[in-house]
Design a protein around this ligand. Structure first.
Ligand SMILES: C[S@@+](CC[C@H](N)C(=O)[O-])C[C@H]1O[C@@H](n2cnc3c(N)ncnc32)[C@H](O)[C@@H]1O
Length: 358
C-alpha cells in the first residue's frame, strides 16, 4: 500500500495535511462553527482533551489570528498527552477527570470566566462497547463539571458524545445546565461512527447550584426505566445531521483533482505526537519485531464504534503517527513467555492504536 493511498481515500485527512492541521478533527470544529457560530465574541476558551492540537490550532487561528498574536484571547488546552506548543495557547498536561487538573484549569481563570468550553475527549479503545461508551460519558461529565466552574452565564459548551443506548441520561443532565442542547454530526465525522457532538448554548445553571468537583454529576444509580419515559418526562434533543450538504462527505472517496500532467505532491503529517504511549510498539514494528497476526483482527466497524476515525489515531487523533506506511491490524505473540500482544496498527500511517498484553 503506497503512502498516498490514505490521502486518496480520506479527503479530510489529505486536506488536514495540506492545510497544516494536526488532525482531521479540525474540520469537525470548523463545521460546528459554520452552523452554530460558536466563536462569535469569544475571548476566553478552554479546549479539553486537546492533543495533538488541531482544535487548539483552529481556536488560535480564529481568535488570535494566523500568527496567534493578533489579540489577547485566552486559550487553555488540556490533555493527558504532551502536546507540541501552539503559539498563543496555554497548555496543561493532566487528566480531566482528576480534581487537580480541574483546579489547574480553574486557576487560569481566576476572577474571570470562559465564553466557550470545547471537549473532543475520546477514551482509549477497549473493544468492549459498553465500557467505551461509559468512559466516554464519564469524560463528557468531567468536562461538564469543569465547565460549571469556568463558563460564564450564557456561554457555550461543545463536546463529543457517543450516541449509545443510555445517551438520553446525558442529554437530560446537559439540559439541566443549558436551555438549548443540539446534537450535531459534522460532515467530516463518518456516518458509520457513533460519534456526534453536543452543542450546548446559553449556560444557565439551576438557581442555587454550586459547582463542586467532589460531586460527580453521573449518578451511578441511573434508573434503567428512564429510557421508557414518554413525552415531557423524557428530554428530546433536536438532532441536526449533515446540515450543509455542500461539504465533502467523509464516507466518500474523492480523486486527487490533479491537472493534466500534474503529479501528486505528498504532504507529511503536520505534527506527529511527541511522546505517545504507543511509542514502544512503533519501535518494535520498525525493527520488525512485531509478528503478523494469525487471527483476531479488529474490524473497522469496531474502530468506528469507538468513535475513532481512521486517520485520527494514536495520541488523540493525530494525522500521521510513527510510521510511514502501515500493514493493517496486527497481532503478535511471544511464545517464550506465553505472553500475547495484540497490536492494532493504522492501515496507512502505521501508528499503533492499541497494545494489549495478555
Ligand atoms: C480525539 S482526540 C482529541 C483530538 C483533538 N481535539 C485535536 O483536534 O487534535 C481525544 C483526546 O482525548 C484525550 N483524553 C482522553 N481521556 C482524557 C482524560 N481523562 N483527560 C485528558 N485528556 C484525555 C486523549 O489523550 C486524546 O488526545
Amino acid at each position: 500500500m503506497g503512502r498516498s493511498s490514505k490521502d486518496k481515500r480520506d479527503v479530510y485527512y489529505r486536506r488536514a495535511k495540506e492545510e497544516g492541521w494536526r488532525a482531521r478533527s479540525a474540520y469537525k470544529l470548523l463545521q460546528i462553527n459554520d452552523d452554530f457560530d460558536i466563536f462569535g465574541g469569544v475571548k476566553k476558551v478552554v479546549d479539553l482533551c486537546a492533543a495533538p492540537g488541531s482544535w487548539s490550532q483552529v481556536l488560535a487561528k480564529k481568535l488570535r489570528g494566523a500568527a496567534g498574536a493578533e489579540s489577547d484571547a485566552k486559550i487553555v488546552a488540556v490533555d493527558l498527552q504532551a502536546m507540541a506548543p501552539i503559539p498563543g495557547v496555554i497548555q496543561i498536561q493532566g487528566d480531566i477527570t482528576k480534581k487537580s487538573t480541574a483546579q489547574a484549569i480553574i486557576g487560569h481563570f481566576e476572577g474571570e470566566q470562559a465564553d466557550l468550553v470545547v471537549c473532543d475527549g475520546a477514551p482509549d479503545v477497549t473493544g468492549l462497547h459498553d465500557i467505551d461508551e461509559y468512559i466516554q460519558a464519564q469524560l463528557l461529565l468531567a468536562a461538564l463539571n469543569i465547565t460549571t466552574h469556568v463558563l460564564k452565564s450564557g456561554g457555550t459548551f461543545v463536546a463529543k458524545i457517543f450516541r449509545g443506548k443510555d445517551v438520553t441520561l446525558l442529554y437530560a443532565q446537559l439540559k439541566i445546565f443549558f436551555p438549548e442542547v443540539t446534537v450535531f454530526k459534522p460532515r467530516s465525522s463518518r456516518n458509520s461512527s457513533i460519534e456526534a457532538f453536543v452543542v450546548c448554548q446559553g449556560y444557565s445553571p439551576p438557581e442555587g447550584y454550586i459547582p463542586n468537583m467532589s460531586n460527580p454529576l453521573l449518578d451511578q444509580q441511573y434508573d434503567l426505566d428512564f429510557n421508557n419515559l414518554e413525552g415531557p418526562n423524557r428530554v428530546i434533543v433536536p438532532f441536526l445531521a449533515c446540515g450543509d450538504l455542500s461539504g465533502f462527505d467523509s464516507d466518500m472517496t474523492y480523486p486527487l483533482q490533479l491537472g493534466e500532467g500534474e503529479s501528486y505532491t505528498y504532504h507529511s503529517p503536520t505534527q506527529s505526537p511527541i511522546n505517545p504511549p504507543y511509542k514502544e510498539a512503533c519501535e518494535l514494528r520498525r525493527s520488525d519485531r512485531l509478528v503478523k497476526p494469525s487471527a483476531s483482527v479488529l474490524t473497522s466497524a469496531d474502530e468506528d464504534r469507538q468513535g475513532v476515525d481512521s486517520g485520527q489515531l494514536g495520541a488523540g487523533g493525530a494525522v500521521g503517527g510513527c510510521g510511514d506506511s502501515g500493514s493493517g491490524d496486527i497481532v503478535s505473540g511471544s511464545s517464550q513467555k506465553s505472553v500475547e500482544k495484540t497490536v492494532n496498527v493504522d492501515a496507512v500511517s502505521g501508528s499503533v492504536r492499541d497494545l494489549v498484553i495478555k
